[in-house]
Design a protein around this ligand. Structure first.
Ligand code: PEP
Ligand code: MN
Length: 290
């Protein structure tokens, strides 16, 4: 009978201590237990800091943008949003004003003092958009455009990373990992709703679980976009409060002075008055967060 000598512990293959490292290890709390704070001008997200980003879906004109920008600043927004390049499902829908919109965003920042965030859709536009914007938005449809993520990260500007509407939480965090691996850790995650079986009533289903779960998995701030997340202005206030209760570090909200005539996403856009009313309700929910 063969006798096997006991194997000395130091001759075995070394097993990792604890659970294996996550594929998104830079984004993971394992590597970085402390919450990251992302600061864009006077707006801070994460580790107890909360900020509201508001503005129109798309920049339509000088008058439209300036009117909304002043209104949201008065109501308490800390950042202005506005699309210059719009990812529209139909090529016949309004595509955005491009560089002219970027110039208007810069003007609105000058007038209100609010830092601006706008989407960059194409690698070719990254340098141009980064010249004007304080934060670059990666839209839901671009979450998996990995070369775009790398190029955006390389600008050094803070990044707002939307979750794809059919993306798993793991895929979302791996897209964030692309940004961190490219040397940019100023990343805010944004849950904006998933494709829904209930499209008769809502445009998307805002995934509140993803907000809470992302906080467990990652040190990055997580905000919610209840405008795209529901597609309905009458649901935006209550779902904003729900998202904050689930732990959101901020909100991204579409506001238009006349939603009925908006060139893009009017149905989900709050009026200035509705936005102001919501901003009065939010502090109680922000305080209640665990
Ligand atoms: C937007 O914020 O206007 C937008 C197009 O969002 P999403 O990429 O989430 O559809
Ligand atoms: Mn929109």
């Amino acid at each position: 009978m063969a006798v096997h000598a006991p194997v000395a512990p130091d001759s075995r293959a070394v097993a990792p201590a604890g659970p294996p490292n996550k594929a998104y290890h830079l984004v993971s709390r394992q590597a970085h237990p402390q919450d990251t704070v992302v600061q864009v001008g006077g707006a801070s997200f994460g580790d107890g800091h909360f900020a509201v980003i508001a503005g129109p879906c798309a920049v339509e004109s000088r008058g439209q943008l300036l009117e909304v920008a002043h209104a949201v600043r008065e109501a308490g927004a800390a950042m202005l949003r506005g699309g210059a390049y719009k990812p529209r499902t139909s090529p016949y829908d309004f595509q955005g004003l491009g560089e002219a919109a970027l110039e208007l965003l810069a003007l609105a920042r000058e007038e209100t003092g609010l830092p601006v965030v706008t989407e960059v859709m194409d690698s070719e536009d990254v340098a141009l958009v980064a010249r004007y914007a304080d934060m670059l938005q990666i839209g839901a449809r671009s979450m998996s455009s990995f070369r775009l993520l790398q190029k955006v990260a390389a600008t050094g500007k803070p990044v707002l990373l939307k979750r794809g509407y059919q993306a798993s939480i793991r895929e979302w965090l791996l897209s964030a990992e692309y940004l961190l691996a490219a040397g940019n850790s100023q990343v805010v995650l944004c849950e904006r709703g998933m494709r829904t079986p209930d499209s008769e009533f809502t445009r998307n289903t805002l995934d509140l679980t993803a907000i809470a779960l992302a906080h467990l998995e990652t040190h990055l701030p997580v905000i919610a976009d209840p405008s795209h997340g529901t597609g309905r202005a009458d649901l935006v206030p209550i779902m904003s409060c729900a998202a904050v209760t689930a732990g959101a570090d901020g909100l991204l909200l579409e506001v238009h002075s006349d939603p009925a005539t908006a060139l893009c996403d009017g149905k989900q856009s709050l009026t200035a008055a509705a936005f102001q009313a919501l901003c009065r309700r939010l502090p109680a929910y922000v305080e209640m967060r665990g």
